[in-house]
Design a binder for this molecule. Structure first.
Ligand code: FAD
Ligand code: NAI
Length: 475
């Protein structure tokens, strides 16, 4: 007999587990199915984000940053730390603990909110008057039925054609987070978000890192001025980023990986490394979902076709997060999950896709929200720009980290903030003020007139707002 629910969520990543909790909060009887297994075969809800994405990568970024600080920056504070060593096994074990805390936290939240969790793979079986039947294949086989289904099956790493991941030498994000010893030489293909974050982790720990990027421009989606600054800083740190390359043959052996490529000048090159991380984007995950059983449409990229409200063409079938169009970000998935649960409950859930912040957790961090200068130019919008360097910020000086700047772009006529772009310390935290301000349609002058704590990095945002009106006080 099929168990009946109001809503079935397939996938317990940030899109799915948050949708399940919100639907339960709204009084619905909710099931959530997820197939991720931990090392002992038990459930590990949280998806890519918790298991092999946001959380473990930030744990390693933190550990490696401490190592970098101890080796290169403690001395500035009068602290001598000789023979600083990195115990990679301990670093990885700590990361695993952080992941487990998050897995357990989600299982606790399911209990607290009375979401019924099923560990296994969910796939569409049939469609009838009663709703959609989902088969769960795990330790036990189950049949579940609901009138509303939320698909949140996420994404997987894209492999280079003909170069499958072996997670030993040729690594996806999964293997990249489990490398057991610091590779002497490491190559990454793709200088996007993963390339820069994982490249930074292993460079800080002592690897010689080369990043091969296909496009001739560095971080094309980032504001040009910020991207230029970032490239200068990463070059100085010793990340060897080569742009405009064409990757050719890749051979893996016991000794390591050999990568043939053509550089921007058209010269044939060969690079021998211990490990290769391929970070060239991700593909929507519909493996095993059996969308054909109910006639669910995918787009040309294999993503589930949805409208702006995450509705598919089938009544009661919704999809959120990485498996649909839009940026592949955990917070975007979460916002869509909440909005869909609210729509199912007859409310008016809303996601403002123009106000999804981005953060690259390198050192310095890069964060932005809204439009870049190049986008405003392309859109023909008249704008004013104000920048303020962290070099002139007292807190940044006290921290000993004065790299980067805050840049604010505002409408030339109305002064409404159109974009904020930050490279510098704690940009990931600073960007929230900009997002909130933009959500409230603030002008640059609004921020300029608001009292900011002193000394704080956020004073740089206020000063960038003052700079829009050419009246910085500290620069
Ligand atoms: P996922 O998190 O991928 O979850 C999908 C879940 O569905 C998985 O648990 C999967 O096992 C399960 N599933 C799939 N098919 C089935 C099925 N048929 N039956 C049952 N279960 C199924 N984003 C950020 O915002 N900030 C970051 O700092 C960040 N860092 C990242 C670092 C790395 C290395 C990577 C790879 C990604 C990072 N991301 C980050 C992106 C973020 O992880 C994704 O955008 C986010 O996880 C998407 O959430 P989701 O719920 O759509 O899918
Ligand atoms: P990405 O899209 O950020 O970057 C991929 C890069 O690879 C691009 O610069 C692209 O031009 C390049 N590329 C593609 N094919 C290539 C080829 N054949 N040869 C050489 N270069 C090639 O994708 P990435 O880094 O894999 O990350 C996937 C997604 O995961 C991100 O887009 C983001 O949505 C999410 N993510 C978010 C993080 C965050 O928010 N801090 C951290 C890590 C991942």
């Amino acid at each position: 007999m099929s168990k009946t629910f109001d809503v079935i969520v397939i996938g317990a990543g940030p899109g799915g587990y948050i949708a399940a909790i919100r639907a339960a909060q709204l009084g619905m009887n909710v099931a959530c199915i997820d197939e991720w297994k931990n090392a002992s075969g038990g459930p590990a809800p949280g998806g890519t984000c918790t298991n092999v994405g946001c959380i473990p990568s930030k744990a390693l970024l933190q550990s490696s940053e401490h190592f970098e600080q101890a080796n290169h920056h403690f001395a500035d504070h009068g602290i001598s730390a000789k023979d600083v060593k990195m115990d990679v096994a301990k670093m990885l074990a700590r990361k695993d603990t952080v992941v487990k805390q998050n897995n357990d936290g989600i299982l606790y939240l399911f209990k607290k909110n009375k979401v019924t969790f099923f560990h296994g793979r969910g796939s569409f079986a049939s469609k009838s008057e009663a709703g959609y039947e989902i088969k769960v294949s795990g330790k036990a086989e189950e049949s579940l039925t609901a009138k509303d289904i939320i698909i949140a099956t996420g994404s997987s790493a894209r492999a280079l054609p003909g170069v499958p991941f072996d997670e030993e030498n040729i690594l996806s994000n999964d293997g990249a987070l489990r490398v057991g010893a610091v590779p002497k030489k490491l190559a990454l293909i793709g200088s996007g978000v993963i390339g820069l974050e994982m490249g930074s982790v292993w460079r800080r720990l002592g690897a010689e890192v080369t990043i091969l990027e296909g496009l001739p421009t560095f971080l094309g989606a980032v504001d040009e001025q910020i991207a230029k600054e970032a490239k200068k800083i990463f070059d100085k740190q010793g990340l060897n980023i080569q742009l405009g390359v064409k990757v050719g043959d890749i051979k893996s052996s016991k000794k390591g990986v050999s990568v043939n490529y053509t550089n921007a000048k058209g010269e044939a090159q060969s690079l021998d490394v211990d490990k290769l991380i391929v970070s060239i984007g991700r593909v929507p995950n519909t493996t095993g979902l059996n969308p054909e059983a109910i006639g669910l449409q995918l787009d040309e990229r294999g993503a589930i076709l949805v409208d702006a409200d995450c509705k598919t063409a089938l009544p009661g079938v919704w999809a959120v997060g990485d498996v649909v169009r839009g940026p592949m970000l955990a917070h975007k998935a979460e916002e869509e999950g909440v909005a869909v649960a609210e729509r199912i409950a007859g409310q008016h859930g809303h996601v403002d896709f123009n106000l999804v912040p981005w953060v690259i957790y390198t050192s310095p961090e890069i964060a932005w929200v809204g439009r870049t200068e190049q986008q405003l130019k392309a859109d023909g919008v008249a704008y004013k720009s104000g920048t303020f360097p962290f070099l002139a910020n007292g807190r940044a000086r006290a921290l000993g980290d004065t790299t980067g700047m805050v840049k604010m772009l505002a409408d030339a006529t109305t002064d409404e903030i159109l974009g904020v772009h930050i490279i510098g310390p704690q940009a990931s935290e600073l960007i929230s003020e900009a997002t909130v301000a933009m959500a409230f349609k603030a002008s640059a002058e609004d921020i300029a007139r608001i009292c900011h704590a002193h000394p704080s990095l956020s004073e740089s945002t206020k000063e960038a707002a003052l700079a829009v009106d050419k009246r910085t006080l500290n620069f």
